[in-house]
Design a protein around this ligand. Structure first.
Ligand code: PEP
Ligand code: MG
Length: 312
């Protein structure tokens, strides 16, 4: 039962000296809620809504969307539930949202917020369904857009959220331009959430789908840590929701860089909770400084570890 699952929770994420770091779950839909609760997630940090939209001739009705969103929202009363609006295009093309021209490089094409700015009805329908679900539950619903690159993208999306009656609106930071100019994007938004998978892809110009290039997806690359630091110091609460978070040592480094929430596949949460609980914020900061001083991922990992003695 839900009560039994919650009883296994060993408490909210925090460093040894009490700096809170929210430990949230990445989910693809209501079917992932049980695992999130079982592993003690404090909320949802990334709800990838595109699974609702795949393999269809048209967008799901607002009623169908609302039902799915309500299920997620009701699982986390009083807790943050961060919903990412449809991230279509690129490696997730949808027949009913065709790009306006043939795209030789879909990852660099009309994807994420770019395609939503063309098919605005799809976004407004989704935001209406989310607003109704938010009203019906007591979770703290936060809505964010993928693939934001400019202040105009951010302001446009946040205005759409406000018009729909949604209180908390943010953006994913997964394009280097957005990380490098996070201070320009900050005034428009309530929060940032860094997607390290795409941020690595675009920083190294290395397709995340190409197996031969997986070394570029290593989240210990010092340049990625630099971009996280720039983002987290722009004055807006910053989460990380890419695969990077499931590495306990890296989660300490991210906390040391100023990240205040980590969202990951639910089974990784207990390991990350333990790693944070065993180290002070000062140790996490020292680990981050040491990692950023290196020129490659292996050296960064090793340097960070010297400051994190209690890692399992
Ligand atoms: C990311 O890019 O890191 C991310 C969290 O989003 P997705 O993996 O769904 O693109
Ligand atoms: Mg992404």
């Amino acid at each position: 039962t839900r009560d039994a699952a919650l009883a296994e929770v060993t408490g909210p994420g925090a460093t040894a000296d009490g700096r809170p770091v929210a430990l949230l779950a990445n989910i693809g839909g209501p079917r992932d809620l049980a695992a999130a609760l079982e592993h003690g997630a404090e909320g949802v940090g990334l709800y990838r809504t595109e699974f609702l939209f795949l393999d269809r001739d048209q967008a799901p009705s607002e009623e169908e969307q609302e039902a799915a969103y309500r299920e997620v929202v009701s699982a986390f009363p009083g807790r943050p539930v961060t919903v990412r609006v449809l991230d279509a295009g690129g490696d997730k093309p949808l027949g009913f949202l065709p790009p306006t021209e043939k795209e030789p490089n879909p990852a660099l094409g009309q994807r994420g917020v770019r395609i939503l700015r063309i098919f605005t009805d799809v976004l407004t329908g989704q935001l209406r369904a989310l607003a109704r679900a938010a009203e019906a539950g007591s979770a703290e619903v936060r809505v964010m857009a993928p693939m934001v690159a400019t202040p105009e993208d951010a302001a446009w999306f946040v205005a759409a959220c406000r018009a729909a009656g949604l209180r908390s609106a943010g953006i994913m930071i997964e394009v280097p331009a957005a990380a490098l100019r996070a201070t320009d994007l900050a005034p428009a938004v309530d929060f940032f959430s860094i997607g390290t998978n795409d941020l690595a892809q675009y920083t190294f110009a290395a397709d995340r789908e190409v197996g031969a290039l997986t070394a570029f997806q290593d989240p210990w690359q010092p340049v990625l840590l630099d971009l996280v630091a720039m983002t987290a110091s722009a004055g807006v609460p910053t989460a990380v929701c890419g695969e990077a978070c499931s590495d306990p040592a890296l989660s300490c480094v991210l906390a040391g860089l100023g990240v205040t929430a980590l969202s990951m596949a639910a089974p990784a949460i207990p390991g990350v909770r333990a790693a944070l609980a065993r180290h002070t914020l000062a140790q996490c900061r020292a680990a981050a400084v040491a990692a950023r001083a290196q020129t490659g991922p292996e050296a960064a990992r090793a340097a960070a570890r010297t400051h994190l003695p209690a890692l399992a």
